[in-house]
Design a protein around this ligand. Structure first.
Ligand SMILES: NC(=O)c1ccc[n+]([C@@H]2O[C@H](COP(=O)([O-])OP(=O)(O)OC[C@H]3O[C@@H](n4cnc5c(N)ncnc54)[C@H](O)[C@@H]3O)[C@@H](O)[C@H]2O)c1
Length: 270
């Protein structure tokens, strides 16, 4: 490809605003050409701080202008963006990994039209090792998430049962099962769980546990992997993003790092 690849960012919330700003500041071989936004006035304020002005377009228009579309949307808008992007043979970099669990046909669409779906590590670390272990042959993949009480509702519904967390004095396991069942029974961490499932054994065979921990102050994810190449454990403690406390601060930087690796002459760690 000659010249920089053209990049559009869909959604300018906690993740998308940082990604768009990083593209405007300069990432190797990439040029920001358009954005899509839910709140136009806020988008205009952000763009006014950029070195170069870019147009604000509708979701369905981005693929007409860009080679790479970065999805940073509420998950219910994922398919509305992904469909036209992949049908046009573009690359979709997806933050809402969990939305792919209900839209797996999009992978076939990408294959049919020469498009690509790229899911960065997001709030987790270790997907590089998990992908390598998958090449060797995976034996088991288990994700354990511990959440402080302020990250959970006062009462949680798990598989039809209501659990009151207000007087919890010791850590309590709220859910254990496959990623596929977790999406219906206890849909927290759906992005991290989906990314682990897609990188490894798939949603049926990837196990997930969710704990409520009154002693914890941060979300902690621990990934346990055993494979024919050995075993590893990865633990991540995430700070909340100041713009959206439900999103881990690491996620935006994971997307920026993914974009930087796409065209860099020297790339480590993918
Ligand atoms: N992969 C991961 O590890 C990971 C981690 C955290 C969050 N996420 C996911 O990433 C996605 C984005 O997260 P976020 O924290 O930036 O969310 P956010 O709510 O801060 O931002 C979403 C943005 O989309 C905008 N929007 C709404 N309708 C739109 C439309 N029609 N066109 C364009 N923009 C529109 C909203 O105005 C908002 O600014 C979510 O689905 C979230 O679940 C993934």
């Amino acid at each position: 490809m000659t010249g920089p690849a053209k990049v559009a960012v869909a959604g300018l919330g906690a993740i998308g605003s940082k990604v768009a700003a990083a593209l405007d500041a300069g990432l190797p071989g990439l040029k920001l050409v358009a954005v899509a936004a839910g709140e136009e006035a806020a988008a205009r304020r952000l763009i006014a701080s950029f070195r170069e002005e870019v147009p604000i377009l509708a979701l369905g228009e981005l693929a007409g202008l860009a080679d790479i579309v970065v999805e940073c949307l509420p998950p219910e808008l994922f398919a509305e963006l992904a469909g036209p992007t992949l049908a046009a043979g573009r690359t979709l970099i997806a933050a809402s990994a969990g939305a792919l669990l209900a839209n797996e046909a999009l992978v076939k669409m990408a294959a049919a039209h020469g498009g690509r779906i790229v899911v960065p590590s997001g709030a987790l670390a270790g997907l590089d090792g998990l992908s390598a272990a998958a090449e060797a042959g995976l034996l088991s993949v288990r994700l354990v998430t511990r959440k402080p009480l302020r990250s959970l509702a006062q009462r949680v519904e798990v598989g039809g049962e209501t659990i009151d967390l207000r007087d919890l004095a010791a850590p309590k396991r709220l859910y254990a099962g496959s990623v596929r069942e977790a999406v219906a029974a206890f849909p927290v961490n759906v992005n991290v769980a989906a990314s682990v499932a897609f990188a490894g054994l798939g949603p049926e065979q990837t196990q997930i546990e969710v704990w409520a921990d009154p002693g914890a102050s941060r979300n902690r994810h621990t990934l346990f992997v055993t494979s024919r190449a050995g075993a590893f454990t990865v633990e991540v403690e995430n700070l909340p993003d100041p713009a959206n406390p439900k999103t881990s601060s690491l996620t935006a930087y994971s997307l920026i790092a993914c974009l930087r690796r796409l065209r860099a002459p020297f790339a480590v760690g993918s």
